[in-house]
Design a protein around this ligand. Structure first.
Ligand code: FES
Length: 195
């Protein structure tokens, strides 16, 4: 019997052996052609020793620990680092009617915001994401406040403070400046629950 026929014979025996656990020798013999194509460097690689398993656990847990520590360190560093802002003109701000609002973004396109022009002509601006679960808030002229439709949250249109509902903290505050007759956003501040 040539070696190919021998392997096929062994495979057939393994497949035909109902209710029998094929032992390692049979499986290795049957898989010999595949072992030849994808060889092990040494026999001991067929099994993981206790020492190798412990080393593996140590290395993976060390890597996880170092990764988590690095991530926490970077987050703490970022939180302490003062963020720098570039003033950005809010297009169309001067032309909105008192008692109305305008959506814009600051400082990046993802940082949605809302500019409110009060009935007395003064301006205020806040982040547009509700501090509960990030639904967008809108300006209710009838109630002169910012309202979140998702879970009935409400914020002051003058300060961004929570008036009612589930939001846990005020809306982000955006500082404004008038430069050469135009309204500019100059800073965005995430606020905690100072109350
Ligand atoms: S997301 Fe605004 S109240 Fe829930």
């Amino acid at each position: 019997m040539n070696s190919k026929a021998f392997h096929q014979d062994t495979i057939n025996k393994i497949l035909a052996a109902d209710n029998e656990i094929s032992d390692e020798v049979n499986v290795r013999t049957a898989s010999a052609p595949f072992q030849a194509e994808f060889p092990y460097e040494r026999d001991s690689e067929a099994q993981v020793t206790r020492r190798e398993f412990c080393n593996f656990l140590f290395l993976t847990s060390s890597a996880l620990f170092l990764g988590a520590a690095g991530f926490a360190g970077k987050s703490a560093y970022d939180a302490r680092s003062p963020r720098t802002f570039t003033p950005a003109k809010i297009d169309g701000a001067m032309s909105i009617e008192p008692g109305s609002a305008l959506n814009f973004a600051y400082p990046s396109e993802e940082d949605t915001a809302i500019l409110i022009r009060d009935t007395d002509g003064t301006y205020a601006a806040f982040g547009q994401k509700c501090t509960h679960l990030s639904c967008p808030v809108y300006y209710s002229q009838a109630n002169d406040r910012l309202e979140c439709p998702c879970h009935n949250g409400g914020f002051s249109s003058k300060t961004g403070e929570v008036l009612y509902g589930p939001p846990p903290r005020p809306l982000d505050r955006i500082e404004l400046e008038t430069i050469n007759g135009e309204i500019f956003a100059v800073k965005r501040e995430v606020r905690g629950n100072e109350g």
